[in-house]
Ligand binder design. Structure first.
Ligand SMILES: *[C@@H]1O[C@H](CO)[C@@H](O)[C@H](O)[C@H]1NC(C)=O
Length: 402
């Protein structure tokens, strides 16, 4: 959770647009599209022997949609991953692990993430200090052909526990023979610069040390961070230079200029252009894409925003409703409506990213892959694509290619 000392000034115009637009016009629950990833990997050649003659060759790089697992693992992972240039558009979800999910639950939810939403990745968020937990992640990811953006979690309490988490995770990556085939990148996070958990030079040194540690496994290292996190530390160019890919938290609704979701693209471009200018052409992901909670807006940003949105929604709906339904306590209705508006903002923001697929694909470094934040309200209340009863809040079927 982050806090910006900025005053938001939302306008109401355009909300109906966010309301009306389903993602990409496709129904949710569509089946995976095996042809969705380009044939850009060296494994394709060796695998094509087993492909029926007239069928199109499967894009056999991990974790392409339609990937067929080999009978035996290759000797190493150097020709294993899909070309980063295919990893744009929607790639998957942030998935919080603070509940220390069982292996069974991980397998079941990773299956849903893969098969229901055509995800290629999960980006871990939060922490679970249970012994062997990362082995369960590896197993669930392997089982479901999902890559993992693993995470060393700092937390917000200023303690040194991240050091033991780092050592545990590094050791697990070495010890589990499958780990290097599912772990696409190791992140330091979440937002260590913004939260100022370490001086940027120390963070850069940590990234370099982790890269060194993982070099024999060919697992790259990154930091999960906002543009503002770098900017407020003088740009932290040492960190940008150290990381292998740039994992960006793209949260335009924290801007002073924030408006409705359909107006958010210039704010996205603004942060993105900063990373293009300072990122030296590295591969980039939007690994955290979310909209603040109404409650958060009310308390921290614009105390009036949620109420204004709620009142607007309330009066629009009230005109169409029987009188007795207007007798609800106004407060309850406002709170419910504020949350509904936040959902509409979130839906609108995901729609916006989906509509800008071609723009994101064209970005230097192989295009931008984005992760929805977060899988369900059981992980981070209010932020889920699913609510706490595991029902979709709105249709969600973003494109995985364009
Ligand atoms: C990597 O770090 C872990 C945890 O600190 C350590 O156990 C392991 O020996 C290190 N491996 C290498 C190759 O540096």
């Amino acid at each position: 959770m982050i806090f910006y000392p900025l005053l938001l000034s939302f306008v109401l115009s355009g909300l109906s647009l966010a309301l009306a637009a389903p993602l990409d016009g496709r129904a949710s629950g569509s089946q995976p599209h095996p042809e969705q990833v380009n044939h850009a990997n060296a494994l394709t050649a060796s695998q094509s022997k087993t492909t029926p003659k007239h069928a199109p060759a499967a894009p056999n790089c991990f974790p392409a949609l339609g990937f067929t697992k080999p009978q035996t693992l290759p000797a190493d992972n150097t020709n294993w991953w899909c070309d980063p240039a295919t990893e744009y558009a929607f790639v998957g979800f942030s998935y919080e692990v603070t509940a220390c999910q069982s292996r069974e639950q991980l397998i079941q939810e990773f299956s849903d993430i893969r098969n229901h939403f055509n995800s290629r990745y999960v980006r871990l968020y939060g922490f679970c200090d249970r012994e062997g937990f990362y082995d369960d992640i590896v197993e669930a990811a392997w089982e479901n052909t999902l890559g993992v953006h693993a995470l060393i979690w700092f937390g917000f309490d200023g303690s040194d526990i991240w050091i033991s988490r780092r050592d545990t995770l590094l050791a697990a990556l070495h010890a589990n023979p499958k780990a290097k085939y599912v772990t696409r990148v190791l992140q330091f996070g979440s937002e260590p610069l913004f939260d100022n958990v370490l001086p940027h030079a120390t963070l850069a040194a940590q990234v370099l040390a982790a890269k060194q540690n993982l070099s024999s496994l060919h697992i790259p290292v990154t930091v999960s961070e906002l543009a503002y996190g770098y900017q407020e530390r003088g740009g932290a160019q040492d960190v940008l230079d150290a990381i292998d890919s740039i994992n960006i938290h793209m949260l335009p609704f924290f801007s002073q200029q924030a408006s409705t979701s359909d107006q958010a693209w210039p704010l996205v471009e603004n942060d993105l252009n900063w990373f293009i200018a300072h990122g030296n052409g590295k591969k980039m992901y939007f690994d955290e894409v979310s909209v603040p909670l109404a409650e958060g807006l009310r308390r921290r940003h614009s105390p009036e925003l949620a109420e204004r949105l709620a009142i607007c929604d309330f009066s629009q709906r009230a005109a169409q409703q029987p009188t007795r339904r207007r007798r609800h306590s106004q407060r309850t209705v406002l709170a419910a409506n504020a949350n509904r508006f936040r959902e509409l903002l979130a839906q609108g923001y995901y729609t916006l990213l989906d509509e800008h697929c071609e723009d994101l694909k064209a970005v230097v470094g192989g295009g931008i892959g984005w992760f929805a934040h977060i899988y369900s309200d059981n992980q981070e209340p209010g932020y889920g694509i699913y609510n706490s009863a595991m029902q979709l809040k709105f249709p969600f079927a973003p494109r995985t290619e364009c």
